[in-house]
Write a protein that binds this ligand. Structure first.
Ligand code: SAM
Length: 207
């Protein structure tokens, strides 16, 4: 088991119940239409996927944590347009086409080359004009620099985080075949307990 998988499996073994949807999910909602298909990558305890499914989206949500995925499929078996699947989102292969892909706090969990694989996968999975919604930690997050440095802007504390620079990241999205419709780097977007990290929000459209 990889260290990241081990960390998140342990994390969810104590925090299984989905809580409220994130502020980012609420921000994204007006860009979705009822009946839209959506993949979430790195869905964690499923809170945002459950929210989107309850709002009428057809959702498939991926996470590496098999036990949590099994738990969520049992817990939400009544939601017919919601399916949780176990898998490494950097190596999902052909999963069909969707209107939207949603990634909150998951792309900073993987190394740069894995991120690039994921952007390419999202580009081939999203229908023309469909949207890719991303929220990630920025290099201006106060946590950037804490722990052991393992690569550029990547540090391990109790788990791995790679903090993103907005311009190179949007360039990589463009190289993968997206137009950037919206980008914002700020505090105040993802407060959690005493933390208020600087995060990057992107809406990218498949060309
Ligand atoms: C910080 S949590 C975010 C969870 C959720 N998106 C949220 O905002 O509450 C990161 C999640 O990404 C998952 N993850 C990290 N790397 C992954 C990978 N390569 N494949 C699948 N899931 C991964 C972890 O298991 C974890 O559930």
């Amino acid at each position: 088991m990889s260290e990241s998988l081990n960390f998140w499996e342990n994390y969810y073994s104590n925090h299984q119940i989905p809580t409220d949807e994130s502020f980012f999910a609420r921000f994204v909602m007006p860009f979705l239409n009822e009946g839209d298909t959506l993949f979430e990558i790195g869905c964690g305890n499923g809170r945002d996927s459950v929210f989107f499914a309850k709002q009428g989206m057809k959702v498939t949500a991926f996470d590496q944590c098999e036990k949590e995925v099994g738990f969520l499929n049992d817990e939400f078996s009544d939601l017919k347009d919601l399916l949780f699947k176990a898998g490494d989102f950097t190596d999902l292969g052909e999963q069909g086409k969707v209107k939207n892909v949603y990634s909150r706090f998951s792309l900073h969990s993987v190394a740069l080359e894995k991120e690039i694989n994921t952007l390419d996968w999202a580009s081939s999975s999203i229908e023309e004009n469909g949207l890719f919604f991303i929220e990630v930690r920025s290099i201006f997050d106060e946590l950037c620099g804490e722990g052991t440095e393992v690569a550029k802007n990547a540090y391990v504390t109790d788990h791995y985080r790679r903090f993103l620079e907005i311009e190179p990241f949007t360039n990589r999205l463009e190289e993968a075949g997206f137009n950037i419709l919206y980008k914002l780097q700020s505090k105040g977007l993802a407060p959690y307990k005493t933390e208020d990290p600087v995060v990057i929000r992107i809406i990218a459209q498949k060309v």
